[in-house]
Design a protein. Structure first.
Length: 288
């Protein structure tokens, strides 16, 4: 027994204010196992199906991230104290260094604070579709410093969290199941406007990702230079792939227009030349 105790207390590292023994290593391993077990239990509890339906998957992810960081911070403090490192002494000793680095790390600190705000506030959650600077993407993860967004091209964008709290961000999923979209089309003058309306509505209603409620609608919005301008309005919950939905509807519109003899005109201009304004003796190709 004494021999085992001697082995555990053997100093692998021996400094003035710090020492490391096999006992400390075993203690840290046990602490890591406990932390991993605690995180597994919290994750399993948070992601219960009933809780997920009531609270929402995105908000649950934020709650888990906050709990995870708190548990890890507590574990780090306990681990340092258990091996003889005084956290208060460490913080006091590093205060001057932190002040010196503060100006260079302002943006990083800003990102961390913004990450905490996002996790607590819940205005942007995992799984939601957002738009930033004209780029539409789905939120894949929210960390303390950065978040990951998957675009429609399946590209992962890593964005500093401070961007979400300081810039304009459109949340397509926020508080709405369906979002309204529009497709604009022009038809030739003289077309049967009621037939155009009927065809456009059929094209929208026949697509599987167009919502039946609220209903799709058609507006006659303008008399254009070369065409009568119509706008097809429809609702869809497939916000992330909406450009594909719009493309499908445009294909259907083109096909049905041909079947119903409805023409989409080319842009055109009528030029009128008055004979009295042409100089006498002028002929095309002359240098006058």
């Amino acid at each position: 027994m004494k021999k085992i105790q001697d082995i555990l207390e053997y100093k692998l590292v021996d400094l003035d204010n710090f020492s490391m023994t096999p006992y400390h290593i075993l203690l840290l391993i046990a602490l890591i196992i406990m932390v991993r077990s605690a995180l597994w239990g919290v994750k399993k509890f948070i992601h219960q199906e009933g809780l997920k339906q009531r609270v929402g998957e995105g908000r649950l992810h934020g709650i888990f991230q906050i709990v995870k960081y708190i548990i890890i911070m507590i574990a780090v403090v306990i681990g340092l104290e258990s091996i003889g490192v005084k956290v208060t002494f460490l913080l006091a000793g590093s205060a001057a260094l932190l002040v010196g680095l503060g100006f260079g790390l302002q943006q990083i600190f800003n990102d961390f604070i913004s990450g905490i705000i996002l996790l607590f506030d819940g205005t942007i959650k995992v799984g939601e579709v957002i738009e930033i600077e004209g780029i539409v993407g789905r939120v894949e993860s929210i960390g303390l410093r950065t978040s990951e967004i998957e675009t429609r091209d399946n590209i992962i964008m890593i964005i500093p969290n401070s961007f979400f709290t300081s810039q304009k961000v459109i949340n397509w999923s926020h508080n709405r199941q369906f979002t309204r979209f529009r497709i604009t089309v022009g038809v030739a003058y003289g077309s049967d406007t009621q037939l155009v309306k009927k065809v456009l509505l059929e094209c929208a209603e026949e697509h599987k990702y167009v919502a039946t409620k609220p209903d799709a609608s058609v507006r006659f919005i303008d008399f254009g230079d070369s065409a009568l301008i119509f706008e097809l309005l429809f609702y869809s919950e497939n916000m992330f792939r909406i450009e594909r939905v719009k493309s499908d509807i445009r294909f259907a519109v083109d096909l049905k227009f041909k079947e119903n003899n409805i023409h989409i005109p080319f842009p055109q201009r009528d030029v009128h030349i008055k004979a009295e304004q042409i100089p006498k003796g002028f002929s095309p190709g002359s240098k006058e």
